[in-house]
Each structure stands twice: as structure tokens, then as C-alpha cells.
Ligand binder design. Structure first.
Ligand code: NAD
Length: 491
């Protein structure tokens, strides 16, 4: 069988793991095995399923340091952020396990007597999951834990850039007591993912990745569906800075938001929409700090910014910067790909870049860069600034910096995004709250939070009539002023 290598983006000659390039026949086998295991798992009481998830969280926590090192080596995240990736999975395990002992539906009073009305959640069956590389432990956990709690089997196709992290996550789940066969990993590029999307044995597809791939997956899944498809896609996240903002806070937030994870988060800050009164000072301070960030081996604790995922990605980012310059933007700092970073032969590093003089119509102001590039636009009027925030096709995360509560809350109301921050950068989501975006960022589902379970379960509405006679809803309903007999019959 053909194989592919997963490599360290900082030093591509260092192979992290070799995996089979799987295809549709492998997906067939994986779906069959997951379905067989799922039939047994669905009969396990929900609190017992939650117990397995709790244990998975404990195992991930116990191995946090070595897993963080793996995330750093396979995906190029600096060690500190790699630890955050693993911690997110631990937090998700704890949160989801808690849901296993919480409400599982709602009850409502019946309009008739002697009748119970409630909802419950049923498993879907086998869930197909297709994941990106940039949160290689966290994103599989966001999908797998709620899917397991809801009683499903899983076929997971992780990114070809992060198969080892996915394998380590799945191994922790099995060590925790997930029954044999319930989570199936398939490796490779687009082919197995495309096969999952159209497989008749896959009841729901949960996809996280770029907009173009998400569109393909959803179209294929629905053409052979109907089937539940959830999409978590890209972002073009904006930071709005008003003249009364605390600029120290803005500088810290912009540096972390724009250049953390080398700008390769779906929530990375990629647009800075700043009032002209403070733009000059702010850009100067951000550019100075950005220029001081140390590029290097992500596993070295003194490194601030690691590599981008591969050379093709670096070339794409460079192309977007070149287009921005051609459209009239100016480079305030950075702007170049660097291959000769100490100790990292062959890795592709992109210098933290600040572009000024960007117009909202420029490509760099509209398209996801997925790299460490901050596009600065100067806009005085708050409404105009918020119109620009909302003018892109994405709607994941945005933020406003202002000391004025009225300004801040006005912006919260007007920003069209799934996540809005005040006086904090566009990254920093927490597990108990819903995560996801509006417009082309997604199709309405949210991960994490109390409703994160929704894409992995189906609602069942249950009526139990214990009156001993036929009661007809909307027909036998007692009207206003009518009494109800002790037997529940209208008098
Ligand atoms: P990608 O779209 O290139 O790949 C995602 C997954 O899809 C991978 O497993 C890949 O192998 C698979 N794939 C590729 N081509 C396919 C095809 N034709 N059919 C089916 N599957 C296919 O994304 P990426 O580069 O891995 O990740 C970066 C993107 O993910 C960015 O756009 C980022 O914003 C987005 N992202 C979104 C969220 C979110 O929650 N909204 C989180 C993380 C990343």
C-alpha cells in the first residue's frame, strides 16, 4: 500500500510518522467496524459513557507534556500553545463528561391531562469526521467526546499534516475504555475524506477546515443524503480599536491574536481597524514588538513564532502580501519567507507582518491569509468601521477595544460574527461556550458549549398517554374557563 510521511514543519527532513494512503475501500471497512461496535455502545448507560470520557481526559492530562511536544513537532506550534491544544481536549473531556449526568432533554406540560411530553437525544449511528491540522488534538476531541457521549461510532480522517497527533488522541480514548472498533482512524488526503462524506453508513458528517473544502464535502454529502452535515470553516477576524482604547492592552492583544500559532488559527486576528487618532502610535508599537519576535524551533521554549505548516503555505502567504503591495499597501514590518532559521533546515517561516494603508476592498482585507499577517485599515467613524468588519464573507470572531461601555456594547450588537470579544483579542475561546461562526464560516451548528452535542445526536420527542382513552391534541384540549376532572377529562 502507498504511504505518506508526516514531517516536522520546522525541519521537513524529520519524519514524525509514516501512514498508509487509504481510500474508499478502507472507509468501507472502517464504517462497518464502527457500526458494529456502535450497536453495543448505544446500550451503555450515558453516565457510564461519560465515565470513559472522564478517564480519557485524565489520561490526556497525565501525558500533557509529551503530547504537547508531539503537537509542537508535528504541527510547528510553539510549546506553550501546543500545551494549550492538549489542555483544550482535557477541558472538553471534563465538560462533556459532566453533560452525561445532566439534563438530556426537556419536559413540557401537556395540553391534555394524564399525558407526559418530553424530548430525549438518540445516537445518529456512525459519524464521519474530517479535521484540519491546526488544532490536532483539540479539534478531534471537540468532535469525538460529544459524539461518544451521545452513543455514536466514529470514523475520523485527520489532516495529512497531523496523523500522529490524531493517533495519540485515539489511543488515549482506547486506553480510557472506549470499546474496540468504536473509533476508526483512516489516513490519507482528500480521497478517504470524500469517501466518508458520501458513505451510506455514515449518518452525519462533521467537517472543520477551509471554506472551499467544506463546500465540496457538504455538496457531496447532501447529493447522496439527506444527511446531517456540520461545517466549521475559515475566518477573517477583525480587531476594532477606538481612540479611547488602552493601547498597551491593544498591543498585547494584537501581537497574540495576529502572530500566535503563526497566524494559523481560524480565529487569528487578521484585520486591525483603527481610529486615525491612534493609528500612527499603535502601528509603530505593534511593528516594533512584531519585529522583536523570535522565529525558531517551536520546541525551544525561547521561540515566539514557529514555522508555517509547509512551503506551499508560505508561498501562498507571500503571494497575498505581494498582491497587497501591488494594490497599494505598505509593509510596516516583516513581509518575507525565511527558510534559513537557526536549527531548522528547510522549514518555512513567515516573518510577523504588518501592512498599512490597506483598503477594505483589497484582497488581503477580504480573504483568509492563514498566516502571520495583520492588515491595518484606518477608519474614524464607528459605524463605518463596523460595516467593514461585517463586509467580508466570513463571520467567526471579532473584537473591539474601547474604555466606553456604550461603544463596546453597541459594537457587540452590530458585529455579525459567532464570537465577539471586548478588550481581548479574537482568539481565546473557552469550552463551556458555543464556538462557531456566521455567514460562510459555518452552517449554523456550534461546537463546544451545552449545545455542542446537537450535531452528534438526534432529537426524539416522546408522548406517554396514561389516561386510558384516546385524547386528541388540538381537539379535546380544555378551553379557557373549562375545569378538568380528577381523571383528566374536560368537564
Ligand atoms: P483543509 O480544508 O485544507 O483540510 C481539512 C481537511 O479536509 C483535511 O483532513 C483534508 O485532508 C481534507 N480534505 C482536503 N481536500 C478534501 C476534499 N476534496 N474532500 C474532502 N476532504 C478534503 O484545511 P486545513 O488547511 O487543514 O485547515 C485550515 C483551515 O481550517 C482554515 O481555513 C481554518 O480557518 C479552518 N479551521 C476552522 C476552524 C473552525 O472551527 N471554524 C478550526 C480550525 C481550522
Amino acid at each position: 500500500m502507498a504511504t505518506f510521511d508526516s514531517v516536522n514543519p520546522a525541519r521537513p527532513s524529520e519524519v514524525i510518522g509514516t501512514y498508509p494512503t487509504q481510500g474508499a475501500a478502507d472507509v468501507d471497512r472502517a464504517v462497518e467496524a464502527a457500526a458494529a461496535a456502535q450497536r453495543r455502545w448505544a446500550r451503555v448507560p450515558i453516565p457510564a459513557r461519560a465515565g470513559v470520557i472522564t478517564r480519557a481526559g485524565e489520561i490526556l492530562l497525565a501525558h500533557k507534556a509529551e503530547l504537547a511536544e508531539l503537537v509542537s513537532r508535528e504541527c510547528g506550534k510553539i510549546l506553550l500553545e501546543a500545551g494549550g491544544d492538549v489542555q483544550e481536549a482535557v477541558d472538553m473531556a471534563n465538560f462533556v463528561a459532566g453533560q452525561g449526568r445532566g439534563a438530556w432533554g426537556e419536559t413540557v406540560p401537556s395540553e391534555l391531562g394524564s399525558k407526559l411530553c418530553w424530548t430525549t437525544r438518540a445516537p445518529i449511528g456512525v459519524i464521519g469526521m474530517i479535521t484540519p491540522w491546526n488544532f490536532p488534538v483539540a479539534i478531534p476531541s471537540w468532535k469525538c467526546f460529544p459524539a461518544l457521549l451521545a452513543g455514536n461510532g466514529i470514523v475520523l480522517k485527520p489532516s495529512e499534516h497531523a496523523p500522529t497527533c490524531a493517533a495519540a488522541f485515539v489511543a488515549a480514548c482506547y486506553e480510557a475504555g472506549v470499546p474496540e472498533g468504536l473509533i476508526q482512524l483512516v489516513h490519507g488526503y482528500a480521497e478517504p475524506a470524500a469517501a466518508i462524506a458520501v458513505h451510506p453508513g455514515v449518518g452525519a458528517v462533521s467537517f472543520t477546515g477551509s471554506v472551499p473544502t467544506g463546500r465540496k464535502v457538504a455538496a457531496a454529502a447532501m447529493e447522496t443524503g439527506p444527511r446531517l452535515v456540520s461545517l466549521e470553516l475559515g475566518g477573517k477576524n477583525a480587531m476594532v480599536v477606538r481612540p479611547d482604547a488602552d493601547l498597551d492592552l491593544v498591543v498585547d492583544g494584537a501581537i497574540f491574536g495576529a502572530f500566535g500559532t503563526s497566524g494559523q488559527r481560524c480565529t487569528s486576528t487578521s484585520r486591525l481597524i483603527v481610529h486615525p487618532d491612534v493609528a500612527g502610535e499603535l502601528v509603530e508599537r505593534i511593528a516594533k514588538r512584531a519585529g522583536e519576535l523570535r522565529l525558531g524551533d517551536p520546541i525551544d521554549p525561547s521561540t515566539d513564532v514557529g514555522p508555517v505548516i509547509n512551503r506551499a503555505s508560505a508561498d501562498r502567504i507571500a503571494g497575498m502580501v505581494a498582491d497587497a503591495i501591488a494594490e497599494g499597501a505598505t509593509v510596516a514590518c516583516g513581509g518575507n519567507v525565511r527558510h534559513a532559521v537557526f536549527g531548522c533546515d528547510g522549514g518555512s517561516f513567515f516573518e510577523p507582518t504588518v501592512l498599512t494603508g490597506v483598503d477594505p476592498h483589497h484582497r488581503v482585507a477580504r480573504e483568509e491569509v492563514f498566516g502571520p499577517v495583520l492588515a491595518v485599515m484606518e477608519i474614524a467613524d464607528l459605524d463605518e468601521a463596523l460595516d467593514v468588519v461585517n463586509s467580508v464573507e466570513y463571520g467567526l470572531s471579532s473584537c473591539i477595544y474601547s474604555r466606553d461601555i456604550n461603544t463596546a456594547l453597541y459594537a457587540v450588537d452590530r458585529i455579525d460574527a459567532g464570537i465577539v470579544y471586548v478588550n481581548a483579542p479574537t482568539i481565546g475561546a473557552e469550552i463551556p461556550l458555543p464556538f462557531g461562526g456566521t455567514k460562510h464560516t459555518g452552517n449554523g451548528f456550534r461546537e463546544a458549549g451545552a449545545r455542542g452535542i446537537e450535531q452528534f445526536s438526534q432529537l426524539k420527542t416522546v408522548y406517554i398517554d396514561y389516561s386510558g382513552r384516546l385524547q386528541r391534541a388540538q381537539i379535546d384540549t380544555p378551553g379557557p374557563g373549562l375545569g378538568v376532572s380528577p381523571k383528566g377529562q374536560a368537564e
